[in-house]
Design a protein around this ligand. Structure first.
Ligand SMILES: CC(C)(COP(=O)(O)OP(=O)(O)OC[C@H]1O[C@@H](n2cnc3c(N)ncnc32)[C@H](O)[C@@H]1OP(=O)(O)O)[C@@H](O)C(=O)NCCC(=O)NCCSC(=O)CC(=O)O
Length: 288
């Protein structure tokens, strides 16, 4: 057992690449604001361009499902490794408990905790593939405002974490990566043709994650004003606005998918085509 722990600690915390990592704007791959803007603009424009390309041959589900399964398995495993890496790095490098919530001002973005923040940032770009899979499977009506809003803004959030050495990201990273293990297990199961009965549980846990992040955000503010300050306070503002808006969108998603009206709307036959209106958030939010 101690051998396993030692190996984990080496590969997830003390490996030289991880231990000596430093976020250097302009030098580290994907670290410039230009890269960030280009990536997000490409993502958003592809959402509008792809569906217009009517000449594209439709890709059969038998081809897309295995790709989707590989993608979801990769993100499931990566999320698990990021959660574990961040947890072990925090345990072995945090000088005291409240450091997790409040890095001292001028903290340098260096060391294993920032390495995992960097991997987390890159993983959010890999998550763009979720959107591509939805588009390629000819299910553009499934593409909700919530999905696009989340995927485009979460990259900015992670960039700000690194750029401002933002306090509190270890707690948010650990929670979100853990929730994503469950979420990608759900999507993997769907890709394999089995629709899990625990969809609502995944949504409930996602909502709980947003509530719990407000506790951490409040604690940071408390430490900031009662001590000698915390690093990356303006990033705090982005987190509050982003997480509040996600909470509102997820509560709305919950109501539409699991509320009493969702059940009565669920199966609606239109021109002999079964249409599941509970999923039709894309139309509901007027992005088409
Ligand atoms: C239970 C949820 C995780 C997912 O809800 P959905 O409504 O998207 O679920 P669904 O049952 O319609 O999706 C199943 C369909 O998605 C396909 N699918 C497979 N892999 C996918 C992937 N990686 N991303 C998106 N869709 C995918 C399946 O093949 C299936 O298609 P078919 O129907 O053809 O069989 C929910 O809680 C949720 O997050 N809803 C918001 C929508 C969303 O985009 N969430 C992810 C980003 S937000 C996020 O990530 C917040 C966070 O940080 O926690």
């Amino acid at each position: 057992m101690s051998n396993i722990l030692a190996a984990l600690e080496y590969w997830l915390v003390n490996h030289p690449t991880i231990k000596n990592f430093t976020w250097t704007p302009g030098k580290t791959m994907a670290s410039t604001p230009q890269f960030l803007c280009f990536t997000i603009l490409s993502y958003l424009s592809s959402i509008f361009i792809f569906p217009q390309m009517k000449s594209l041959p439709s890709i059969p589900q038998s081809f897309l499902r295995p790709i989707s399964a590989v993608h979801n398995t990769s993100l499931l495993l990566l999320s698990f490794v990021m959660a574990l890496g961040c947890l072990l790095s925090t345990i072995s490098h945090a000088p005291h408990v409240h450091w997790v919530i409040c890095f001292p001002p001028q903290t340098k973005p260096t060391g294993p905790i920032f390495f995992w923040a960097y991997i987390f940032y890159l993983s959010k770009i890999l998550e763009f593939m979720d959107t591509l899979l939805i588009i390629l499977s000819n299910s553009i009506q499934r593409l909700s405002f919530l999905h696009v809003y989340h995927h485009s803004n979460v990259v900015i959030m992670c960039y700000i974490w690194l750029q401002t050495s933002q306090t509190l990201f270890p707690a948010v990273l650990f929670t979100n990566a853990s929730v994503h293990v469950l979420m990608y297990a759900y999507y993997l199961s769907c890709a394999l043709g089995v629709r899990p009965k625990w969809k609502k549980l995944v949504t409930n846990i996602q909502i709980m994650q947003f509530y719990s992040s407000f506790v951490v955000l409040s604690l940071m503010l408390y430490y900031h004003f009662t001590g000698s300050g915390c690093s990356g306070v303006w990033g705090w503002t982005f987190n509050v606005v982003f997480y509040s808006s996600l909470l509102v969108l997820f509560v709305d998603f919950h109501k539409k998918n699991y509320g009493s009206t969702a059940n009565s709307q669920k199966k609606f036959t239109l021109n002999n085509v079964k249409h599941d209106y509970s999923k039709d958030l894309f139309c509901a939010y007027h992005i088409s």
